[in-house]
Design a protein around this ligand. Structure first.
Ligand SMILES: Nc1nc2c(ncn2[C@@H]2O[C@H](COP(=O)(O)OP(=O)(O)O)[C@@H](O)[C@H]2O)c(=O)[nH]1
Ligand SMILES: [Mg+2]
Length: 317
């Protein structure tokens, strides 16, 4: 069972900010991590964006199984929501955004045309959970248009808009959605992919859980990557075998779990284990509750101090 120390302090503020910004835009661009299209959604996003045309970008599609991503596109799409597969690092798929927006905003576009407007500029805001690629996306789109368009009298006071080559203006600051971790699986998915900071989780436990997941869905990748001979039933035995192969050993032949945990998570996140989809639309699994502890600011600071002390002790040992 994963224990997460969750500091909800900023949640209310960001929600209010997003609600305010929504009033200024024609559509929302929601970015999700294509490896976990369900877990990287915010529980309130449907409600928040009710009635707003929305384009969902399944980003980091370079890291997933293409077939699974296509399945997700099918199940997440509806008349108000267009879903696109993209790689914001390379800019792949981004050219599909404009046609998708034009289709969603067809009525508005037609009205503009009827009025004789030559240029139809669409205003959007970008939202997504931490680490899904919001900044990468905005930077990519703003590439040749770093110059901001500045305030628009009356309507958008104090808001900065970025021009993009797609006849679309973007609010320069994305809305950071808080991730949900209502069940352990969702929490783990977010942690595996880096959406939850490692500091609030036990990294050794996290690596063990990753091995457990991979041995279930992608056992061959573990065998290939780490040169282990077989997959054993107990994930800890597999983690041990991987650690030994990687030389993560301390005195008296003991395993250095911290080192192998960091290594494994890094390699997974960097795509070294190949293309991996951690969620499928037809996944059925038993929901196991995550232990989510709401912390106060004071508790959080105390815990971080304690952890730093512990890490220091470990170092000097
Ligand atoms: N492989 C891959 N990595 C990406 C992609 N888009 C963003 N990233 C990486 O994901 C990490 C988080 O991106 P960032 O834009 O900072 O996310 P933000 O927290 O939503 O602003 C960074 O290391 C990016 O380089 C992508 O399409 N593919
Ligand atoms: Mg960012």
């Amino acid at each position: 069972m994963a224990t997460i120390n969750w500091f909800p302090g900023h949640m209310k503020k960001t929600k209010k900010e997003i609600e305010d910004n929504l009033k200024l835009v024609d559509a929302v661009i929601e970015i999700r991590d294509a490896r976990i299209p369900r877990s990287s959604a915010n529980p309130d996003i449907d409600k928040l964006c009710a009635g707003k045309p929305r384009v969902i970008l399944l980003n980091k599609s370079d890291l997933t199984e293409a077939k699974v991503t296509k399945e997700w596109i099918k199940v997440l799409s509806n008349e108000n929501v267009k879903v696109l597969e993209v790689n914001c690092l390379k800019g792949q798929g981004l050219q599909q955004i404009k046609p998708a927006l034009l289709e969603l905003l067809k009525e508005k576009h037609d009205r503009a045309k009827a009025k004789g407007l030559v240029k139809f500029m669409m205003r959007v805001m970008v939202v997504g959970v931490p680490n899904c690629g919001k900044s990468t996306f905005i930077n990519k789109m703003a590439r040749n248009n770093i110059a901001k368009t500045g305030d628009r009298a009356g309507v958008t006071k104090n808001k900065q808009w970025i021009k993009t080559p797609l006849d679309m203006e973007m609010l320069d600051t994305p809305g950071v959605l808080w991730p949900k971790f209502e069940d352990e699986r969702t929490a783990l998915n977010l942690a595996f992919t880096g959406a939850i900071k490692d500091e609030i989780m036990d990294i050794e436990e996290l690596a063990l859980k990753l091995v457990e997941r991979l041995q279930q869905y992608y056992p061959d990748r573990l065998i290939e990557r780490y040169g282990i001979t077989e997959i054993l039933e107990n994930p800890l035995d597999n983690l041990d075998a991987i650690a030994r192969k990687r030389g993560c050993i301390m005195a008296r032949n003991e395993i250095n779990y911290n080192r192998i945990a960091v290594m494994l998570l890094d390699e997974f996140r960097g795509g070294k284990l190949g293309n991996i989809s951690l969620e499928r639309p037809d996944d059925v699994f038993e929901e196991e509750e995550a232990v989510v502890k709401e912390e106060s600011e004071k508790e959080r600071k105390r815990r971080i101090r304690k952890e730093k002390l512990k890490a220091k002790k470990k170092e000097t040992r």
